[in-house]
Design a protein around this ligand. Structure first.
Ligand SMILES: [Zn+2]
Length: 253
């Protein structure tokens, strides 16, 4: 509430609001000072950046390509790229960053860290030339329960900063699946298998695309993103088209 109220007010009013509604660091919970946004200076200085923007064959890209090799054993595709802003473990306090967007409706923090991710994408030479951004969709029931799609919040910020078209109605989650939290790789693959489809009426947006960016909040095993990839490839998209992935956070196993 406080972060929304403060956006357009003077520093004096912000200081007064900090007394009434103290803003706290998402990671450690300490009160923030006037210059700090969402995380304190101390947590910011220890921020677990992945630095994937400097490494096109990073750990997340290797995982993603392994999943794709399992799904397309006989098909050649260009190496797919992957980037994420931060790495975290489940018991790590930095896991509160994707959590705040996914479960606490903290859109201001979600957008703040999404814009940081966009800066990393702009610094990654291997991620230039993206011409379409697709968020991982939610099933309508989950959307109705949560009220928003966290992947779409991130994708909207990336589209804005990269000046690339956002298409949120092409990919459809056609089968309701249980949450992937706490599920192992084999079960995650089975859980999401054939759970996505493409909208007939929106397929034309893929025409002329050479580099598509799939966006999700967290990368764990790559099961969901590789299933989305498979769904897009199923309409015989040109095999030279690259489908890269970007997430706010990358789980360390
Ligand atoms: Zn902190």
């Amino acid at each position: 509430m406080n972060h929304l109220l403060k956006r357009n007010f003077t520093p004096y009013f912000s200081a007064a609001l900090d007394i009434i509604y103290p803003r706290c660091c998402l990671v450690c919970g300490k009160a923030l000072n006037l210059q700090e946004r969402h995380i304190c200076l101390s947590c910011s200085s220890d921020f677990p950046y992945t630095h994937f923007e400097t490494d096109s064959h990073n750990r997340m890209a290797r995982y993603y390509n392994e999943r794709l090799c399992e799904r397309f054993p006989d098909t050649y595709f260009p190496y797919q790229y992957a980037i994420s802003l931060l790495r975290y473990r489940a018991d790590d306090p930095y896991s509160r960053i994707p959590w705040a967007l996914k479960f606490q409706r903290n859109f201001a923090a979600g957008e703040y860290f999404s814009h940081l991710l966009a800066q990393k994408i702009l610094q990654a030479p291997y991620l230039q030339g993206i011409d379409l951004i697709l968020p991982v969709p939610q099933h309508p029931i989950r959307r109705w329960k949560r009220g928003y799609n966290q992947a779409e919040v991130i994708a909207r910020c990336l589209a804005e900063d990269l000046n690339v078209a956002l298409e949120s109605k092409l990919l459809i989650k056609s089968r309701y699946t249980r949450s992937q939290v706490g599920v192992d790789t084999a079960r995650r693959n089975a859980n999401v298998s054939s759970s996505f489809a493409l909208s007939e009426s929106r397929r034309s947006v893929l025409e002329g695309c050479h580099h598509i960016l799939l966006v999700d909040d967290v990368f764990t095993t790559g099961a969901t993103l590789s299933e989305c990839h498979k769904t897009i490839r199923a309409i015989s998209l040109d095999e030279t088209v690259r489908i890269s992935v970007a997430t706010l956070a990358c789980a360390e196993n």
